[in-house]
Design a protein around this ligand. Structure first.
Ligand code: NDP
Ligand code: 2IT
Length: 445
């Protein structure tokens, strides 16, 4: 890392003790932008980098609610409004027992650059709670969402901060959250949340967007190597929103997904994952993936198994942060994997990334490869603002074009800075420059 950046990074570590994930994400970006400062020293002036590493606002609040037995439960809510140089804060809400300030800050930091890469007018933010929706009834989830939004609503607005889903937050939760916002504000402000149901201002393709976008991005990565999905074997971690629609798109584009996973285990189906079965189990029944083997008799289940041990050409981590380690990367490389693209945020550890890049594997970071979700959220905001509703095909074409543009910009920027083919550096540099340029124009903010 460049000396000036070392000093900034040291300061970030001192100011945010114990925030392991946040510090990891900052380090990854700062380690990439040395060449930008060499070429454009203006970005080191006025402490732009120091400012980018400090969230504009961090909100932490109590979320009291009552469970079905009448017992009072207390969770902690978060919203980190990271950077609004490019537009209103934009980014999802995560409900998962592992949520803490470090995780929300890393997600908000990443989101800032991701949103910049989309080229759309959205700043970066993230929020959530340590609430665990697993095993909770719909009524409990509703009561939790209502209490969460009762506080959060003070900080939102279509021109201020626009949340969406992430782990543990899908259409059901967004519905309850929107209902409570509407009730408190007495405004039908459609653009205040994205990922809404189609009956109350949602947009076609938003459900599929992150996974589909990932598929389009990988199609471009393969094309850049003179290849296509045809005949390629893929593995996808996770079995949630991102994973399911990544599998769907890979299959549509001619690839075969032979394995996926959830937090309990791995499913291997050599004939290709059967999507109707997977959707029924995870989207409708909200059940463990193990159930898949009851329906697809030739598939196998490995409780606690490691998905990255399965031979593949393309690996798509779509579950959670730091799920793919240096050792997993080595296994994938040894097994001939050529392309890795992140549907999740920061799923590959720093050691894993290093091994992929050193081995010449085409590696795309989440902030580029999974940007289709938030980009389609921005399309939903566009439709809400104009009270319009676009067709699936029209929106999907826009999504595919956005992903191609992000892919091409990453490669062009990597070329410009002398690291051809390095998507990670290309994405970090391009995202950083867009945010930094806007911050510079806006004065000392
Ligand atoms: P979901 O809640 O729909 O699915 C998450 C999946 O990952 C589940 O299958 C879950 O298993 C599995 N998982 C395994 N280990 C963990 C763990 N330790 N913590 C949480 N989940 C785990 O979430 P999404 O598909 O929406 O999100 C997946 C990833 O994609 C996240 O990193 C998210 O930040 C990122 N992302 C999401 C976008 C979106 O639009 N939704 C956009 C861009 C990125 P189980 O079923 O057992 O819970
Ligand atoms: O990580 C992400 O980009 C998301 N969870 C989606 C955010 C959004 O506002 O659509």
């Amino acid at each position: 890392m460049d000396e000036k950046l070392e000093a900034v990074f040291w300061n970030v570590q001192q100011r945010n003790p114990g925030e392991v994930e946040f510090i990891q994400s900052v380090k990854e970006v700062l380690a990439s932008i040395g060449p930008v400062l060499a070429k454009y020293p203006k970005f080191a002036e006025q402490k732009i980098i120091e400012r980018i590493c400090e969230p504009e606002r961090q909100i932490i609040f109590r979320v009291p609610w009552q469970d079905d037995r009448g017992e009072v439960q207390i969770n902690r809510g978060y919203r980190v409004q990271f950077n609004s140089a490019l537009g209103p804060y934009k980014g999802g809400l995560r409900f998962h027992p592992s949520v803490n300030l470090s995780i929300i800050k890393f997600l908000g930091f990443e989101q800032t650059f991701k949103n910049a890469l989309t080229g759309m007018p959205i700043g970066g933010g993230k929020g959530g709670s340590d609430f665990d929706p697993k095993g909770r009834s719909d009524d409990e989830v509703m009561r939790f969402c209502q209490s969460f939004m009762t506080e959060l609503s003070r900080h939102l607005g279509e021109y201020t901060d626009v949340p969406a889903g992430d782990i543990g937050v899908g259409k059901r939760e967004i519905g309850y959250l929107f209902g409570q916002y509407k009730r408190i504000s007495n405004r039908y402000e459609s653009g205040v949340l994205t990922g809404k149901g189609l009956s109350f201002g949602g947009a076609l393709v938003r459900t599929e967007a992150t996974g589909y976008g990932l598929g389009y991005f990988v199609r471009e990565m393969l094309a850049a190597r003179g290849e296509s999905f045809e005949g390629k074997t893929c593995v996808v971690s996770g079995a949630g929103n991102v994973a399911i629609y990544a599998i769907e798109k890979v299959e549509q584009l001619g690839g075969r997904v032979v394995a996926c996973s959830d937090s309990c285990g791995v499913i291997i189906d050599e004939q290709g994952i059967d999507l109707p079965t997977l959707k029924q189990i995870k989207e409708v029944d909200r059940a463990p993936i193990e159930k898949y083997t009851e329906i697809r008799k030739k598939s196998q289940y490995q409780r606690g198994g490691n998905l990255w041990n399965i031979k593949c050409d393309v690996a798509l981590p779509c579950a959670t942060q730091n799920e793919l380690t240096g050792r997993d990367a080595s296994t994938l490389i040894r097994n001939g994997c050529q392309v890795v693209a992140e549907g999740a945020n920061m799923p590959t550890t720093p050691e894993g990334i290093k091994r992929f890049i050193d081995a010449g594997v085409a590696y795309a970071p989440g902030k580029a490869a999974n940007a289709g979700g938030v980009a389609t959220s921005a399309l939903e905001m566009q439709q809400n603002a104009s009270r319009d509703a676009w067709s699936f095909e029209f929106t999907d074409r826009k999504l595919a074009q956005i992903m191609k543009d992000i892919h091409d910009r990453c490669l062009e920027t990597a070329d410009e800075f002398g690291v051809p083919g390095n998507y990670a550096l290309g994405a970090n540099i391009e995202g950083f420059m867009r945010v930094a340029e806007a911050m510079q124009s806006l004065g000392l903010i």
